[in-house]
Structure formats: structure tokens, C-alpha cells
Design a protein around this ligand. Structure first.
Ligand code: GDS
Length: 208
């Protein structure tokens, strides 16, 4: 498998979950960091299927769309469930995480000053859906008994929310335990402690 290459801007953004997943799976990858000034010249943008990054290369396969890349990693690294039914539920949970990620992105990029407080107030209504699934599965993961790509995506989005509001998981015991256990997995712990991870801001506009 691989070698993998990610081309993206110098932020965690849409690559946060991918990087954590590759680190946990013991998969090395190469980073091409795109300077925004170079990006605005337009040559790379014109070559991207949707005119956006990340771009992900697995040998000759070139992919765009972060969730498609997560699914590809799920297939390559046996993190897509043990059968079709688990895979379908993992897809469902990944799409649920995407809905939360989009709400978060809208607040960060468009409504930070006017909408942050209300967003935090509403957050329990969104997190309790994931809490219920996590509590019901009882394995410490969303589906099955080992991490899938949806778990990495949820984990990363929860880390971002904890920066936004450090108490946001206080009423979600299963999610809190999930974040603690994922953070303690040796390869994730090493990655989250690395300069490569710590030096990158969460979001492109610098908002936490
Ligand atoms: N669905 C895609 C994925 O999941 O991979 C989204 C990819 C994406 O948004 N890439 C951004 C990009 O390449 C960087 S993430 N931007 C350069 C460009 O468009 O030219 N995205 C919506 C989302 O994440 O769902 C955003 O809100 C991004 N914002 C977050 S940075 C605008 C501006 O300058 O304000 N031209 C671009 C802002 C922007 O891309």
C-alpha cells in the first residue's frame, strides 16, 4: 500500500482525520504543503477535480474529497467493518460526522463572532446522537469492535470541539471515554505530540 502523498494547505482542516488515521495504522505518508499565494496562481486548482484540496495520491490513484479518501483508507487498512452491514453503518456514521463538521465549519468560517456562543449552546443536541450510538455499541467504537474511518473522523472533530469548548463532553460519558482511549493509543499519542501535528492550526482562518 502507498506510498501515499497528501497535498494540502498548512492546516489540520480537511486532513486532520486522514492524518490521525494513517498515523494510527502505522502508514507513512508524504506531505506537500501548498502555500496559499501559490494556490491563487491557479495552476494546481485548475487540475483538481473540484478545484479544491486535499489531493491524495496512492501510487497512480489520485483522489479528492476528504471523506472519499477516508473511505479509501478504510478499505486499504481493514477499517471499514467486517461485513456489508457494518460497512453501511460506518458510512452512516461518517455522514453524520460530516453533518457536524459542516455546521462547525460554517460557524468557524462565516459566523465565528456572531454565532459561536449559540453554536456551543446547541452542541449537546448534536453530540447526544453520537453519545447514544457509542453507548449502545459498548465496544468503545461507533460500529464493530475496532476503529473504522468514521471513528477517526469523529475523534478528530471532537478534538476540535474540545478546543472550542473544553467542557463540551462533560455530559457525554461514552464520547469522553472514546476521546481518552483514542488519544492514548500509542501511535495516535505520538502523532498528536509531534511538531508536525502541533505546528498546524486547526482552521485556515486561524479561529480555534
Ligand atoms: N468537500 C471537500 C473535502 O472534503 O475535501 C472540501 C474541500 C475544501 O473545502 N478545500 C478547501 C480549498 O481547497 C480547503 S479547506 N479551498 C481553496 C479554494 O476553494 O480555492 N470548505 C467547505 C468544507 O470544508 O466543507 C471550506 O469552507 C473551506 N473554505 C475551508 S478550508 C474561498 C475563500 O477564499 O474564502 N475561495 C475558499 C474558502 C474555503 O475553501
Amino acid at each position: 500500500m502507498g506510498p501515499y502523498t497528501i497535498t494540502y494547505f498548512g492546516v489540520r482542516g480537511r486532513c486532520g482525520a486522514l492524518r490521525i488515521m494513517m498515523a494510527d495504522q502505522g502508514q507513512e505518508w508524504k506531505e506537500i504543503l501548498m502555500d496559499f499565494a501559490d494556490w491563487t496562481k491557479g495552476d494546481l486548482k485548475a487540475s483538481c477535480v473540484f478545484g479544491q484540496l486535499p489531493k491524495f495520491e496512492d501510487g497512480g490513484l489520485v483522489l479528492y474529497q476528504s471523506n472519499a479518501i477516508l473511505r479509501h483508507l478504510g478499505r486499504n487498512h481493514d477499517a471499514y467493518g467486517k461485513d456489508g452491514k457494518e460497512a453501511a453503518r460506518i458510512d452512516m456514521m461518517c455522514d453524520g460526522v460530516e453533518d457536524l463538521r459542516l455546521k462547525y465549519g460554517k460557524m468557524i468560517y462565516q459566523e465565528y463572532d456572531t454565532g459561536k456562543d449559540q453554536y456551543i449552546k446547541d452542541l449537546p443536541n448534536h453530540l447526544d446522537k453520537f453519545e447514544a450510538v457509542m453507548a449502545k455499541n459498548k465496544t468503545g467504537f461507533l460500529v464493530g469492535d475496532k476503529p473504522s474511518f468514521a471513528d477517526y473522523s469523529l475523534f478528530e472533530v471532537l478534538l476540535n470541539h474540545l478546543v472550542l469548548c473544553s467542557s463540551c463532553l462533560d455530559t457525554s460519558p461514552s464520547l469522553k471515554s472514546f476521546v481518552e482511549k483514542m488519544s492514548a493509543r500509542p501511535k495516535i499519542k505520538a502523532f498528536l505530540g509531534s511538531d508536525a501535528y502541533k505546528k498546524l492550526p486547526i482552521n485556515g482562518n486561524g479561529k480555534p
